[in-house]
Design a binder for this molecule. Structure first.
Ligand code: UGA
Length: 378
């Protein structure tokens, strides 16, 4: 692309935008102090490029911005010969390329279908069934609605997992049964220690803030946010119970620190919150994560391998679903640990293998020890 002259680099935003027919704004919108999306970078760049844009240019917002932002940007740029378009990004971390090449949908919000179609043409031969053309506000809202719905779905699953444990039911069977309804589907139904990352926590908060600002009460999403924190705490409670209420002074090993596998992102990671709760209660935490450097991280002693993190630990908590954890030899794990408690908050280990190696296995949403008699924790 460089050789063909189709890719150029410059030193300023205005310079990059000057000759462009289409300008994509792909800036971060982190959480502001009150939970609202901080759109200051998007605003600053829009103002910077505004005067430099050629007549008829289209400015496309890829950033996740609250409903109404494109309209505000239109006014801020103040040029009737410029088009604003909302084209939200739906990439997930770790699968960005696949999501980009095979998108579920391309959402384009614009003032007119003609402008929207011009942007749609940039995507080449995208099938009409995957193209959603709508107004600016709806396009902006679709992004938040999607992330808030995904968070709600996961919190619902995690709450069901809690019920399964109490009722001696099996969350995997419940999810298969539920997901087999074509209206529900199987994707995004894995129970875990709660959701995290740089998007779901930020976007649920921002949607609640937008709703409050518009005089609407998004009670369901507020409850989902609170319940997610409860699920982090629930993992800690499970661990304490498995340790016969003796956490103080104990050494807890954690496998996985990132908010999900396939990324090195630690932002809003349930693992880190859980580690903090454990440390606040007097435990020491030792961890291994394939993407986190050996050393001290927020008071956690990060080791170089799964087994070295588990050495001498009273309990092990699997917090992230890294595939390599499933291939650790559980006999070696049991031999390395001082205690026998194994909390698998991602259901990635084999319960029967764990139990046969003398570990007390507690998964998420299953009665105990993979439906085999629980062993007494040391
Ligand atoms: C999320 C959305 O999935 C993307 O569609 C969106 O584009 C992106 O945010 C964004 O706004 O930019 P991402 O933050 O990369 O993507 O992470 P997810 O794959 O959605 O996972 C979020 C959390 O849910 C993680 O903690 C993950 O472990 C958890 N999760 C996910 C589960 O516990 N169970 C599942 O079945 C799926």
């Amino acid at each position: 692309m460089l050789v063909a002259g189709r890719l150029r680099f410059g030193t300023g935003n205005a310079e990059a935008a000057r000759d462009a027919q289409f300008v994509f704004l792909c800036l971060p919108t982190p959480s502001g102090a009150g939970g609202q999306a901080d759109t200051s970078l998007v605003h600053a760049v829009a103002l910077e490029i505004g005067p430099a844009l050629q007549s008829g240019a289209t400015v496309i917002t890829k950033s996740t911005v609250p409903v109404g932002t494109c309209e505000i940007l239109e006014k801020a740029i103040g040029r009737s010969d410029i088009n604003l378009v909302s084209n939200p990004e739906f990439l997930a971390e770790g699968t960005a390329l696949r999501d980009c090449l095979h998108p579920d949908r391309i959402v384009i919000g614009a003032r007119s279908e003609v402008i929207a179609r011009r942007v749609a043409d940039l995507y080449g031969s995208i099938s009409e069934s995957r193209l959603i053309i709508t107004d600016l506000a709806s396009a902006e809202l679709i992004k938040y609605a999607s992330n808030a719905y995904l968070a709600t779905r996961l919190t619902f699953v995690n709450s069901l997992a809690e019920i399964c444990e109490a009722a001696k039911a099996d969350i995997q069977s419940v999810m298969v049964g539920m997901g087999s309804d074509h209206r529900i589907g199987h994707a995004f139904l894995r129970p875990g220690p709660g959701w995290g990352g740089s998007c779901l926590p930020k976007d649920t908060q921002a949607l609640v803030e937008t709703a409050d600002r518009l005089g609407c009460d998004l009670a369901v999403v507020k409850a989902v946010i609170a319940q997610n924190v409860y699920h982090h705490r629930r993992i800690v409670q499970k661990l304490i119970k498995a340790l016969d209420d003796q956490l103080m002074g104990r050494c807890i090993a954690m496998w996985g620190l990132t908010f999900k596998a396939g990324t090195d992102d630690l932002r809003h990671s349930p693992a880190l919150h859980i580690a903090q709760l454990l440390r606040d209660m007097g435990a020491s935490v030792r961890a291994y994560d394939p993407t986190v450097a050996v050393g001290s991280l927020q008071g956690i002693d990060v080791r170089s391998s799964a087994l070295s993190a588990a050495e001498g630990a009273h309990a092990l908590l699997v917090a992230t679903e890294w595939p390599e954890f499933a291939s650790v030899d559980l006999a070696s794990l049991a031999a390395a640990m001082t205690g026998h408690v194994l909390i698998d908050a991602r259901n990635v280990l084999d319960p029967a293998d764990a139990v046969s190696n003398g570990l007390s296995y507690f998964g998420i949403g299953m009665a105990h020890s993979g439906n085999q008699p629980a062993q007494v924790a040391v």
